[in-house]
Write a protein that binds this ligand. Structure first.
Ligand code: PMP
Length: 386
């Protein structure tokens, strides 16, 4: 597994400058931290399939296989502001993003991906020893960002069909619980959060972060409207998935006034770069085309669900996101992952005890689905080797 830390990037001790022991230790929270486990480098699957890395069918990071709006390359090529810092107040972006989300522009703040907003929320709420509620299995960044602040993650397992366990969350609350993270639809299980549960969580009074990175695929209105009703509810969204802008790093949050005022203070001033800014504006102009692609992905999700459900020994969970969680009847998903790799397909696997036998497969193009189904069928027949 490729990790974010780069041990090979340390400066080399030279003959003139002998290596000396570090006398200043890192903070205890950092010393304890595990690096974030990012998806494996495509070269691993490329080597297994004996293909160049750019031919790997990347279904491991829920990226958009159609790419961004075709207007974006031209928009970026025509930009003449690369020597200027972006607007720290995000004035050009907030009104159209707010219009897209159907909320007040004053409630919107953009981040370097929604990852940055998760980090900032942890930083404004968590003193060392404070707690977050993490509804597992789920997206890993909540724990990562909380750990960095010296926060404690209180794990509240999801029910057998992956629903958020509201009574168990209530039972887990302590005077130190500051944040409750809930992903809707959940990554990697693909199920959604219902509004009754969202409102029950809001009633805890803790800061409830509803992460809607995949809401465009969910066929329901966003919970963004709850932000105007509750002073403690936050909704996070992103341009990485539906709009195909993962590489430009731009997400946003919808926040009540009492929260956003503090985020404005701590946000790095130039967190959304000029290329991302231009790309978001072009994306919002090109919405009808991008929405057609979202509809194609939703249709492809149904096709992949049906085709994989017909493969024996697989359990394919229903999903309202752009990926499927698929469990095998084996103790681990190693053999299925390897069979997919033989066909050049990269998928996500998990260390979580409930998901050792699972893979998460992003919805791709129809040809990608065909490769997945071929590989899964071979796996079910017990085929081994290249
Ligand atoms: N939330 C969830 C649930 C995600 O799956 C992801 C991306 N994997 C993110 C947030 C982060 O998205 P962004 O690219 O906007 O940082």
């Amino acid at each position: 597994m490729r990790l974010r830390s780069r041990p090979d990037s340390r400066p080399m001790a030279s003959a003139e400058q002998p290596e000396r022991p570090l006398v200043v230790p890192v903070r205890a929270a950092v010393a304890r931290m595990a690096p974030y486990a990012a998806p494996e480098d495509p070269s691993v699957v490329a080597a297994r399939a004996e293909i160049p890395p750019d031919q790997v069918i990347k279904l491991d990071a829920n990226e958009n296989p159609y790419g961004p709006s075709p207007e974006i390359p031209e928009t970026l090529a025509g930009l003449e502001v690369f020597n200027r810092y972006p607007d720290p107040e995000q004035k050009a972006l907030r009104p159209p993003v707010a219009a897209y989300a159907g909320v007040d522009p004053d409630s919107v703040l953009l981040g370097n991906g929604s990852d940055e907003l998760i980090d900032l929320l942890c930083r404004i709420y968590l003193e060392p020893g404070d707690e977050i509620v993490d509804c597992t299995p789920t997206f890993g960044m909540y724990t990562f960002s909380a750990d960095l602040c010296g926060g404690r993650r209180i794990e509240v397992p999801r029910t057998p069909d992956w629903q958020v366990d509201v009574p168990a969350i209530y039972a887990a609350l302590t005077s130190r619980t500051k944040l409750i993270f809930v992903t809707a639809p959940n990554n990697p299980t693909g199920n959604d959060l219902d509004e009754t549960a969202a409102r029950a969580l809001a009633a805890t009074g803790r800061i409830v972060v509803i992460d809607e990175a995949y809401v465009e695929f969910a066929g329901r209105p966003s919970f963004a409207r709850l932000v105007a009703e509750y002073p403690n509810v936050v909704v996070l969204r992103t341009f990485s998935k539906w709009a195909g802008l993962a590489g430009l790093r731009v997400g946003y949050g919808i926040f009540p006034p009492g929260i956003i005022e503090h985020l404005w203070k701590v946000k790095p001033p130039f967190n959304v770069n000029v290329a991302a800014e231009a790309a978001v504006l072009a994306t919002l102009h090109d919405q009808p085309r991008l929405q057609v692609r979202v509809a194609q992905l939703i249709a492809e999700r149904a096709r992949m669900h049906a085709a994989l459900s017909a493969v024996s020994r697989l359990k394919v969970w229903p999903s309202v996101a752009n990926y499927l969680l698929v469990q095998t009847d084996e103790p681990t998903s190693d053999r299925l992952k390897d069979r997919l790799a033989v066909h050049g397909v990269a998928v996500r696997t998990y260390a979580h005890p409930r998901l050792r036998n699972a893979v998460r497969i992003s919805v791709g193009l129809p040809a990608h689905t065909d490769a997945v189904v071929t590989a899964a069928t071979e796996w079910a027949r017990g085929e081994e080797g290249a």
